[in-house]
Design a protein around this ligand. Structure first.
Ligand SMILES: Nc1ncnc2c1ncn2[C@@H]1O[C@H](COP(=O)(O)OP(=O)(O)OP(=O)(O)O)[C@@H](O)[C@H]1O
Length: 564
């Protein structure tokens, strides 16, 4: 018995010693991990320092008399920082995705949750209330023993922070208005919250009637220029609803709705209107090649901008009379299509041969404000008709202008979406984006160092900051050469000529163009085209436009003469 007890004691004793050793080694591992994590965080914020400290730690270790201490020194002082710094340097994308991004977002969430009571109070969202509190303590009062006592205390009551969400570079505070408060009160405090969080900008979105999302953009994702790429050929779905134009302020892609929208792009000189124009024209290029879209260009600044990608356009007008002829032709298209669609369809569906017509006007003011009175009057009348009737019939307008005043763009209100590039004043921002937007979407404060940046109004009424990708001249030429328009029309308003541009010729032509956007001395002369033989035409693509000489692109399929 004695021996078995001794044995069992011995076993228990050794087990206890073992488990103690295990516990202490686990604790040691936890300490090492905590130190490494702290190190990694520090090293992430200061990668160059971390990298610089590694040789110092190595030096210190080499001069250590005790080799064990030297090893510990190297491990603790240098290794985590070194690993992080090397990771960031060699694999920046993975580093940002797996370490820097999550750790940054974790920090934002923790900061928001911890500081919310103070944040809400300092930003004017909390109220002070007197509350009755019961405290539990034994006390003798008036000869009686009391277990608890009640008293009043004053405390700050913030609105409830329902959730804290992070995605990309955005920290979103989902806040429920407290009793007696409205979401407008929460919205008013958004600039102060953004400033307290050192956010680059913010946007608000009503989640429910009493809950507001305040999205704080914590890092500037739009600082760097991004070059556009040659668009991919059209997919099978043949859709032209939106065109990708660039990035949003949270780093996600930004696409513009084209079909069913008239777009007005406003920005002062050098703000990057060209990026928007080529973003749309270049983005639609594959659809142009499939005759799913036809681009009609009006550029009264001698065609400097639009002629850069001439092959993409069905027609280009560079004089006031040509512009009026172009607008007249488009109105004719609207009338023909309207007749064909009446009672059949209420919204035009583009298809090859029955395309979406996009009128692209580079400087609208040159047509509606600075041309001679007759042209001005006629052009404004025609454009107003196109803007009011064209949308559902598959004729949309994209116009760029520097000055948004009513005397310059009288039909400003007829555009269904606006893009505010850098503007000159808060007043202009209000004119372009609407009342009350100057504070929420300060387009007049966009940096001249970031051309192509703009504020846009989203479908749900929220405002977002975006930046268009840059279209260098070479890319414009290459895109035009790769996807030349199938149908080319003279600007005099004559019947369209269906052509199958010779790709080789187009490329050679493009290669010989000047490399900068220098004004051309004169418009390239074009010899009247001879009708082509049926063998030269593409059977399907040519059939529709050829038969629609007077009704260019007016409905096909279900609702158009081309259906026959
Ligand atoms: N998205 C962009 N990203 C970076 N740089 C850009 C971008 N868009 C334009 N830029 C730069 O800004 C310059 C001016 O752009 P752009 O010619 O498009 O301005 P604009 O608004 O059309 O001016 P203007 O009305 O005087 O013609 C360009 O030469 C280019 O260097």
């Amino acid at each position: 018995m004695t021996s078995s007890t001794a044995v069992s004691r011995g076993v228990r004793g050794s087990a206890a010693v073992g488990s103690r050793a295990l516990r202490s080694s686990r604790a040691g591992v936890r300490v090492v991990l905590a130190v490494a994590e702290g190190w990694a965080r520090w090293a992430r914020r200061h990668p160059r320092w971390a990298l610089g400290l590694a040789p110092l730690a190595l030096l210190a270790a080499l001069t250590q008399p005790d080799p064990k201490a030297a090893r510990v020194l190297i491990t603790v002082a240098a290794l985590p920082g070194l690993v992080v710094a090397v990771w960031e340097h060699r694999w920046p994308v993975g580093y940002r995705r797996w370490l820097a991004g999550p750790s940054r977002r974790f920090g934002w969430r923790r900061w928001a949750r911890r500081t919310w009571p103070v944040l809400a109070r300092e930003c004017g969202l909390s109220v002070q209330r007197n509350v009755r509190r019961r405290t539990w303590a034994l006390a003798r009062r008036n000869g009686r023993v009391q277990v608890s006592s009640t008293g009043t205390a004053s405390e700050w009551v913030p609105p409830r922070l329902v959730d804290v969400l992070t995605a990309g570079d955005t920290l979103t505070l989902r806040v429920r208005a407290r009793m007696g408060q409205t979401v407008q009160d929460l919205e008013t405090a958004a600039p102060a919250l953004a400033a307290a969080a050192s956010a680059v900008s913010y946007r608000v979105r009503q989640w429910t009637p009493s809950v507001l999302d305040i999205a704080l953009v914590m890092r500037e994702a739009l600082a760097a220029t991004a070059d556009a790429q040659l668009p991919d050929p059209l997919g099978r779905d043949l859709t032209v609803d939106t065109v990708p134009l660039g990035r949003r302020q949270d780093g996600t892609p930004w696409a513009l709705q084209v079909r069913g929208r008239h777009t007005l792009v406003v920005g002062c000189s050098g703000s990057g209107k060209g990026s928007m124009l080529w973003g749309v024209c270049g983005g639609l290029a594959p659809a142009v090649r499939a005759d799913l879209v036809r681009l009609w260009g009006v550029d009264l600044k001698r065609g400097v901008e639009v002629l850069m990608g001439r092959h993409l356009f069905t027609t280009v007008a560079i004089t006031p009379s040509e512009a009026v002829a172009t607008l007249t032709r488009l109105l004719q298209v609207i009338e023909d299509r309207g007749r064909a669609m009446a009672g059949v369809s209420r919204l035009h569906e583009p298809r090859p041969g029955d395309p979406l017509h996009v009128l692209v006007i580079d400087e609208l003011a040159a047509l509606t404000a600075y041309s001679d009175p007759d042209t001005k009057r006629e052009a404004s009348r025609l454009l107003a008709e196109i803007l009011t009737q064209g949308r559902a019939l598959g004729v949309v307008v994209l116009a760029c202008v520097q000055d948004p005043r009513k005397e310059v763009v009288g039909m400003r209100g007829l555009f269904t979406q606006t893009i505010a590039l850098r503007l000159r004043s808060a007043e202009e921002t209000r004119m372009v984006l609407g009342d009350g937007t100057a504070a929420l979407a300060p387009a007049h404060r966009l940096s001249p160092a970031a051309p192509g940046s703009a504020w846009v109004v989203e479908e749900d009424g929220t405002l977002d900051r975006v930046r268009a990708d840059y279209w260098p001249d070479q890319l414009v030429r290459e895109t035009a050469a790769t996807y030349p328009a199938l149908v080319v029309e003279e600007t005099t308003g004559e019947a369209p000529v269906v052509t199958q541009p010779d790709d080789e010729m187009a490329r050679a032509d493009v290669a010989s163009m000047p490399t900068t956007r220098a004004p051309r001395p004169a418009r390239p002369t074009r010899t009247p085209r001879q009708p082509r033989t049926s063998r030269e035409r593409r059977p399907r693509e040519s059939a529709a436009p050829a038969s629609s000489v007077s009704g260019l692109g007016s409905g096909s399929g279900d609702h158009g003469p081309e259906a026959a």
